[in-house]
Design a protein around this ligand. Structure first.
Ligand code: AHG
Ligand code: MN
Ligand code: MN
Ligand code: MN
Length: 336
């Protein structure tokens, strides 16, 4: 029966992507090769994270990145592995990494059709205490054979053709969408393969969890303040929501995707555009949420319709269960 079939008819991520690829008649297998290289990067980071404490990989690298953050050793190591894996795939044209100030333009000999925007290590502040962290990526496709420019990656999230994240937690889980729903794969370390474990993920229409850094409450605007107030002191006699906040976007979003609820990183008086970066945090997670039946909102518009003006642009983000995001949209509409 089905369970046995799953066990002996292994649906690896490679096989899944190949199946997906067959949806595009003109496909040449390029996306499969690209994703395989991203998967290699994730396997490497997974292995590095699990032995970080032992391999002296915790702690600071001694540099500060363009975000003004002190880079961790694993930030730099992960970034370098992904850059090498992506360039050597021969399928990329422009790369944007959280950890590199300018976009990378791949040399002609190794140039392909895809632009990859990525956060090589998300949740760096959680590395040294062993709390779940992750990698986030988004993929755009360019016209064949052109020399990519920055404009080619300053595209709205609606132009993304694939997005995903890998979470390095109790197990290593890769969640991916190529535009036809969301699927979760778990790394079987004995095989070195990601196996389909969460087919066709759909986020619950409404949740009982809100996820936000309450430490910023002093600077929140009225709609966000009101939403959180309603979550804690519901007027209609409903029971209050639970607060869950891990501080790694990948972990907070993964829980939201599976359990339902809302994840928020609002803008506030101190940082009107919030903290999360549009290209490699907001867009990929918004893409996945919409593919799973949820939604993603910036406080002003549908997150995927944002057009970034800079590769490290930031935006406020409210994403998760369809009904929960509707509530925050109504509060912002009232205040507009
Ligand atoms: P990164 O480690 O890639 O710089 O991202 C950290 C982000 C994100 O993972 C998380 O949701 C957010 O920072 C947490 O920010 P606060 O500590 O301000 O809540
Ligand atoms: Mn960072
Ligand atoms: Mn991040
Ligand atoms: Mn990061």
């Amino acid at each position: 029966h089905a369970a046995d079939a799953m066990r002996t008819d292994l649906m690896t991520i490679t096989r899944y992507v190949l199946n997906e690829q067959s949806r595009f008649p003109e496909a040449r297998g390029d996306l499969t090769i690209l994703l395989n290289n991203i998967v290699l990067g994730c396997k490497f980071v997974c292995s590095s994270v699990s032995k970080a404490g032992l391999a002296k990989l915790i702690g600071l690298a001694g540099e500060t990145n363009v975000q003004g953050e002190e880079q961790k050793k694993l930030d730099v190591l992960s970034n370098d592995v992904f850059v090498n894996a992506l360039v050597s795939s021969g399928r990329t044209n422009v790369l944007v990494s959280e950890e590199i100030e300018d976009a990378i333009f791949v040399e002609k000999a190794k140039r392909g059709r895809y632009c990859v925007v990525f956060d090589p290590l998300d949740g760096s502040s959680n590395i040294d205490c062993g709390v779940s962290i992750g990698t986030i990526f988004g993929i755009y496709m360019l016209k064949d054979g052109i020399e990519g420019t920055v404009e080619d990656v300053l595209q709205p999230g609606t132009a993304m053709l694939a997005a995903g994240y890998c979470m390095y937690g109790s197990s290593c889980t890769l969640v991916l969408s190529t535009g036809a729903g969301v699927n979760g794969f778990t790394l079987d370390p004995s095989l070195g393969e990601f196996i389909l474990t969460h087919p066709d993920i759909k986020i619950p229409k409404k949740g009982k969890i809100y996820s936000v850094n309450e430490g910023n409450a002093m600077n929140w605007d009225a709609p966000t303040t009101k939403y959180v107030q309603n979550a804690k002191f519901p007027k209609d006699g409903a029971s209050p929501k639970s607060l869950r906040y891990i501080g790694s976007m990948v972990a907070d979003v993964h829980r939201t995707l599976l359990y339902g609820g809302i994840f928020m990183y609002p803008g506030d008086k101190k940082s009107p555009k919030g903290k999360l970066r549009v290209l490699y945090e907001v867009f990929p997670m918004s893409f996945l949420m919409e593919q799973a039946g949820g939604q993603a909102f910036t406080g002003k518009e549908r997150a995927l319709e944002l057009v970034p003006t800079h590769i490290h642009d930031r935006s406020p983000i409210f994403l998760g269960s369809y009904d929960d995001v509707e509530e925050i949209k109504a509060l912002y509409a009232e205040a507009a």
